[in-house]
Structures are given as structure tokens and as C-alpha cells.
Design a protein around this ligand. Structure first.
Ligand SMILES: NC(=O)c1ccc[n+]([C@@H]2O[C@H](COP(=O)([O-])OP(=O)(O)OC[C@H]3O[C@@H](n4cnc5c(N)ncnc54)[C@H](OP(=O)(O)O)[C@@H]3O)[C@@H](O)[C@H]2O)c1
Length: 319
């Protein structure tokens, strides 16, 4: 297939030039754990990754926690033998506890062990970007961040960043080692990062990749009340407030406004939702979750979609 030229940008000061849309690998970790996505076919996942790479996407964001190693293993399989591999970003600090539930740890020994296991599953000598997944437990963020700095010094990871940290937590760890990247949640249905975090990152020159830019699927234009009712028992979205009233009705109305703008550009509501996150000057890239090859093309237009002020006002107007 012909390679499409996707728009790229510098990721903060890392020197990495990333496509504005990256491949999010949470859902391909599948079901059967606390934050699972129901049944997932690994061959479909690999086909989705290969299709995204063929279309020019040049980075993948995964985590040891996604399916407790399954997502990283699938990414490793997808990359094995490729002549040119994408950048691989992964995360540490969520361990598998009893009943396939998540246990948080920022202890140095745990993080060093996690990095070794992630490298093996991904089949890499070094991880391009290693991130602390959550700032929990709060008192241990300095210990966790020091462990990432140590891994960078050893050359096992090339760049280091954090996810789900607030500005105060970023200030606390900055003196230990520069924070190169930040991964917050950001979308039309989750705008809190705009208040302090995104302006802070921009001022400090921290690279930003935002997660769940389509609200984990609610803004794609394909999510309906019936589909939510029919989600598998082990799809975490069944229990998420964004997928329930009173937020659900507001989100579905928002999707119709996205659809109006999408129709004008000949694209999908999901692509417009992702493009909306990329309009913020602090945001370098959007991490979009794909679990099937056919889901990739309808969203990739977002990487080059410029929304006008009137379109943005229409999308944001809840009256
Ligand atoms: N750091 C963190 O704490 C954190 C937290 C969340 C996410 N993330 C990262 O961000 C990535 C993206 O976030 P996300 O997966 O929550 O949300 P998202 O990108 O907003 O939504 C992804 C979901 O939308 C659906 N979808 C994708 N393309 C579609 C299409 N063309 N048509 C219809 N539906 C489509 C798929 O689910 P269905 O087909 O099942 O509907 C997919 O799993 C994750 O994979 C992960 O890498 C990080």
C-alpha cells in the first residue's frame, strides 16, 4: 500500500519526530482483567498495528498493565522482523494483583524488574519512551521517578515521562531529572487538563501526548445506547460514568455536532474529536486506540485536519 504522509511534530525536547496520531495499545490487551476490553483476537490486533504503520503512524503507546503483558507481547510480535520499526512507548507502576486487579507500586525494585520484563516482551534493547503510569502511591513519586532516571542513565530507556500527574507532582519530580513528556487524559468529554496542566507543560517545554481523545470510543459516532448495553461483561466501559446517564445523553448530542463538522470535511466524528485535541498548542500527539485494521483509516484524517474557529465554537456549544 502507498505510504500516506501524516503530519508530524517534535515531541517536546526529546528530539523524536512523531506523527500527530499514534497507535494506542490498551484495548489490544483484551479482556479478563480489571480494565479489560472484552474478547480481542491477537491476529486482528497485529493486523491493526501493521495497517497503521503502513499508513505512516510512527509510534505505539502501550503499558505493561494492558492485559498484564498481553498488549506488550502482541506489540513485540507485530514488530518482530520489521525492516523499520516505529517508536515504542510503554509504562510502569501497575502490577498484577489478586483477581487480575491492578496494584500500584513506584518502588525502585519493582520498576527495574518491570522494565526488564517489558524489554523482553517487546523484543527491544531499549524503550524509546518509558513513563510512570500513575502517581500512586503519592508519597513514592520521587522514588519511581529516580528509578526511571536510573534506567535512562543505563541506556535501557531513551526518554522518560509521566502519565496522570498533576502540575504540583510534576514540580516535585523535576529537580530529580527533567520530565520529557506528559500523558494526560484529554478530550471533549474530559477537559480538566486545560486548566493548569497543558499550559504548564507548554511553558516548561514538556512534550504532550494525550490519551482517550475519543473518550474511549464514546465520540466515534459508532457508539449507541444499544451497543453499550451489549458490551461484554469484562469491558470496563460498562461501569464508566462517561457511558451512563446523565453524561451519555450529552455525549451523544456532542457526537451529532461533531458529525455536522465531519460531513463538511468528508470525514468521521471520531477524526474531528481527535483533531479537536490537536488544536491545543500544548498537544503534540493524540494516542488513539485501535483494535481492528478497519478502524484506522476513518480516524487518521485527524492528523491533518484544521478546524476553523466557528467549527470549534459549534462543537463546544452545549446550548
Ligand atoms: N496513561 C493512561 O492512564 C491511559 C489511559 C487510557 C488510555 N491510554 C492510552 O491512550 C490510548 C487511547 O485511549 P482509549 O483507547 O481509552 O480511547 P480512544 O482512543 O478515545 O478510543 C479507542 C476506542 O474507540 C473505538 N474505535 C477506534 N476507532 C474506531 C472507529 N474508526 N470507529 C468506531 N470505533 C472506533 C475502539 O473501541 P470499540 O471498537 O470497542 O468501541 C477503540 O478501542 C490507549 O490505547 C492507551 O495507549 C492511557
Amino acid at each position: 500500500m502507498q505510504q500516506t504522509q501524516l503530519q508530524t511534530t517534535q515531541l517536546g525536547t526529546t528530539g523524536l519526530v512523531i506523527t500527530r496520531v499514534g497507535f494506542g495499545a490498551w484495548a489490544i490487551g483484551g479482556g479478563g482483567w480489571e480494565f479489560g476490553w472484552g474478547p480481542q483476537d491477537d491476529d486482528q490486533s497485529i493486523a491493526a498495528i501493521h495497517h497503521a504503520l503502513e499508513r505512516g503512524v510512527n509510534w505505539i503507546d502501550t503499558a505493561a498493565a494492558y492485559g498484564f503483558g498481553r498488549s506488550e507481547g502482541v506489540v513485540g510480535r507485530a514488530l518482530a522482523g520489521l525492516a523499520q520499526r516505529p517508536y515504542v512507548f510503554t509504562k510502569a507502576s501497575l502490577l498484577e494483583g489478586p483477581g487480575h486487579r491492578v496494584v500500584h507500586s513506584l518502588e525502585r525494585e519493582d520498576i527495574l524488574r518491570e522494565a526488564e520484563a517489558s524489554l523482553a516482551r517487546l523484543g527491544l534493547d531499549a524503550i524509546d519512551l518509558y513513563q510512570l503510569h500513575w502517581p500512586i502511591p503519592g508519597p513514592d513519586i520521587e522514588e519511581g521517578w529516580s528509578a526511571l532516571a536510573e534506567l535512562k542513565e543505563q541506556g535501557l530507556v531513551r526518554h522518560i515521562g509521566v502519565s496522570n500527574f498533576d502540575a504540583d507532582q510534576l514540580r516535585r519530580i523535576q529537580s530529580i531529572a527533567p520530565v520529557e513528556t506528559l500523558q494526560p487524559q484529554y478530550s471533549l468529554v474530559e477537559r480538566e487538563a486545560e486548566e493548569e496542566l497543558l499550559p504548564f507543560a507548554e511553558r516548561e517545554g514538556i512534550g504532550v501526548i494525550v490519551y482517550s481523545p475519543m473518550g474511549s470510543g464514546i465520540l466515534t459516532g459508532r457508539m449507541t445506547r444499544q451497543r453499550i448495553q451489549d458490551l461484554p461483561a469484562d469491558d470496563w466501559r460498562r461501569h464508566d460514568p462517561r457511558f451512563r446517564e446523565p453524561r451519555l445523553g450529552r455525549s451523544l448530542a456532542l457526537v451529532e455536532r461533531l458529525r455536522t463538522v465531519a460531513d463538511r470535511h468528508g470525514t468521521t466524528p471520531g477524526a474531528v474529536a481527535v483533531a479537536w485535541t490537536l488544536r491545543d498548542p500544548a498537544v503534540d500527539g493524540a494516542i488513539v486506540g485501535f483494535r481492528r485494521p478497519d478502524q484506522v483509516d476513518p480516524i487518521l484524517a485527524a492528523a491533518g485536519l484544521e478546524l476553523g474557529d466557528a467549527e470549534i465554537a459549534h462543537i463546544e456549544d452545549e446550548t
